[in-house]
Design a protein around this ligand. Structure first.
Ligand code: PRX
Length: 649
């Protein structure tokens, strides 16, 4: 790993939990955290079975953990449960009238559902899916706007045991198609459209393009976004069905499928180091327990809270902390369909004031954007309902942390900086808001059952190096769909398979707090979205004039990281029009959220003698640093030419 200036990460300020918060917190003393943590590491089976007892099981487990075939760990063996039952039915006896979901659309339309109503809607959805031929184990792609029906769809799949594969609404047709094909989805659930930044997104049209020629897809179920109007879309006879028509005569009760603990709950595609995204799979019981417990203690859920996680359901944060974790805790969830700056930059603060949000969970890139828009948008609003703030997706820089603390939290809300990954299923490193003294820029200490370690490349323990996890934990991924070897090699291929490899670099301070430095692989974290440089390069070289492409991530004030492409093109090509064409290509193949910030045409790329592109030199050029070691560079002259092109472009 490249050496860094460690002092630049550490701030000598600390913020103990506010007294008022501490008194009511679900965990109130640091000693309680330490003793539970110790138990979770030393006697994981006792610890996790006590937690599991707080949830509903149709039949109990015969043992807690099976480690006989690492890294294919199994949890809560032979037990039967259902996560949708635990999110809904379990709460009905005493809390059927508690508000489960409050929704606001971008246009200002609002509605809310009690736990009983969400239960009924989910059952109706489940019966509709069954009537269309869907069965336990079938894969279903969900491509929807962030509306309550998307939550019902996920819960309905979980209820009948179908494996959902939610695809972020920003993905373009080709990316959807590859995810549908890889998962051999039998059905796609979509919507006639959605609203974003004042525009209608025609999701069904995109799905039509995506499923064209996909033999596995038998049915497309279309939910209408608005009760008052249908957005125009083509319906293919025999394949496409309107949800409101098929569901109209369906019962609003349904007995949840008894799922085995290790039955797949969902798959979610995420970027890997190759050009092909990987379908991360999560199982039923372990994921349920992990999201339940982290939400309870890290978001410190109380009955009167209004909880808002701003993530889209197309990402893991949306799965674990918009839907499953909060509903397992019987929280009142707020969801908002649209953009933070529609109709103006004050929309989020208006929503917090109006809906009295008390727990707010968002990404550093959003926080930096709010900082840039200015404090005025906040100071004119009453944000006194807020009591806890969270951050996720990328390192939060200390300046953004301080602003979040001072301006949003008015110095009275603890901030939980939560480190985790699609693969980990649930939060792994985070403060506990009532007990952990926070410091800007650090995710602080491990959560229960998480045994992190920082290693050198050779596997020696250190305080600055590769972040690894020593023991299995319940919500860990169960594999990569259809590719057990890639799972084994990619995550357990280092250090003789003894540790889970996170791909993140980290540092530990004298108090044992973890600072996440960022990815060590060729994944770029743009606004908290994982983007594979290999996937982008694969798309760029599809253009006939592009000979070679190298994409790197560089520091970006707002997005955390931005993307720069260094391209060799055929002689005589017109650079200007090409930039536009390449952007269209990336937008159409992957999605507009992964457009490049800068494209530089270069005569050569820096390579080692064996032909490997030296991306770190490209990063040095783009971030205007002194060049690192160039002794392995095959032709040192190319650097000067690249630097000149970068400056001129
Ligand atoms: O690099 C880390 C960064 O996001 C990566 C995981 O991305 P994804 O699977 O898309 O999940 C994002 C939401 C959990 C990690 O490998 N990351 C996530 N949270 C943090 C973070 N980096 C620093 N601090 C965090 N709190």
């Amino acid at each position: 790993m490249e050496e860094i200036n460690r002092d630049s990460f550490i701030r000598n300020v600390s913020f103990p939990p506010p007294e008022g918060f501490k008194q009511r917190a679900n965990i109130k003393s640091f000693e309680e955290y330490q003793s539970l943590y110790r138990e979770s590491i030393q006697s994981p089976e006792t610890f996790w079975s006590k937690i599991a007892d707080e949830l509903h099981w149709f039949s109990p487990w015969t043992s807690v953990l099976d480690e006989s075939d690492p890294p294919f760990y199994k949890w809560f063996l032979n037990a039967k449960t259902n996560i949708a039952y635990n999110c809904l039915d379990r709460h009905l006896e005493d809390h059927e009238n508690k508000t489960a979901i409050m929704f606001e659309g971008e246009l200002g339309d609002t509605c809310s559902w009690t736990y009983m109503q969400v239960f009924q809607e989910t059952c109706k959805f489940a019966n509709t899916l069954l009537s269309l031929g869907l069965r336990k184990g079938d894969r279903v792609a969900i491509y929807m706007p962030l509306v309550p029906e998307a939550v019902f769809a996920m819960l309905a799949c979980a209820r009948i045991g179908a494996v959902h594969n939610v695809i972020f609404g920003g993905f373009a047709a080709e990316s959807i198609r590859s995810r549908i094909l890889d998962s051999t989805a039998k059905m796609v659930i979509t919507s006639d459209g959605g609203y974003r930044r004042g525009k209608v997104l025609h999701l069904k049209d995109i799905v039509d393009e995506a499923v064209h020629g996909c033999d596995c897809v038998e049915k497309v179920l279309v939910v209408r976004r608005s009760q008052t109007e249908l957005l125009p879309c083509q319906m293919t006879e025999g394949r496409d069905f309107w949800y409101h028509e098929v569901s109209s005569n369906k019962s609003s009760s349904h007995e949840a499928e008894r799922m085995d603990s290790e039955d797949l709950l969902f798959m979610l595609y995420t970027s890997g180091t190759t050009g092909k995204p990987k379908g991360i799979v999560h199982s039923t019981a372990g994921y349920m327990i992990g999201t339940y417990l982290t939400t309870k203690y890290i978001f410190d859920i109380h009955d009167e809270d209004v909880y808002w996680c701003t993530a889209d359901i197309g990402w893991i944060t949306g799965h674990s902390y918009v839907v499953y974790g909060p509903m397992l805790n019987r929280a009142t969830i707020f969801i908002y369909e649209g953009a933070p700056n529609y109709p103006n930059e004050g929309r989020f603060w208006e929503l917090i004031e109006k809906h009295k949000v008390s727990v707010f969970y968002t990404a550093p890139t959003a926080i930096r954007t709010f900082m840039r828009w200015g404090d005025d948008w906040l100071t004119r609003r009453d944000l006194s309902s807020l009591r806890l703030l969270g951050s996720v997706g990328e390192p939060i820089n200390p300046e953004a942390w301080m602003w979040y603390h001072n301006v949003v939290g008015q110095q009275k809300c603890p901030i939980v900086d939560t480190w985790w990954q699609t693969e980990t299923g649930a939060i792994m490193i985070s403060p506990l808001p009532g007990v952990t003294t926070c410091k800007p820029g650090t995710a602080t200490l491990p959560f229960f059952g998480v045994d992190p370690v920082i290693l050198t490349e050779e596997g020696e323990e250190t305080d600055y190096g590769w972040l690894a996890i020593r023991k299995p934990w319940p919500s860990m991924l169960r594999g990569i769909y259809g590719n057990p070897e890639r799972f084994k090699q990619g995550y357990f291929g280092h250090w003789e398979g003894k540790y889970y490899y996170t791909s993140d670099g980290a540092m530990k301070d004298s108090e044992g707090y973890y600072y996440i430095i960022g990815r060590l692989d060729d994944i770029v974290n743009v606004s908290g979205h994982r983007i594979s440089t290999a996937e982008l390069e694969g798309v760029l070289i599809e253009d006939p004039v592009v000979v070679e492409a190298a994409v790197i991530g560089v520091h970006h004030e707002i997005k955390g990281q931005g993307l720069v492409g260094f391209l060799i093109i055929k002689e005589g090509s017109d650079g200007q029009s090409l930039v536009q064409r390449l952007n269209e290509l990336v937008g159409n193949k992957i999605g507009r959220f992964s457009l490049l910030d800068k494209i530089v045409f270069v005569p050569e790329l820096p390579k080692t003698r064996s032909g490997k592109i030296m991306r770190r030199l490209l990063r040095d050029i783009a971030e205007k640093r002194e060049l690192g070691n160039i002794t392995t560079l095959a032709d040192p002259n190319v650097i000067e030419a690249i630097a000149k092109q970068f400056k001129d472009s």
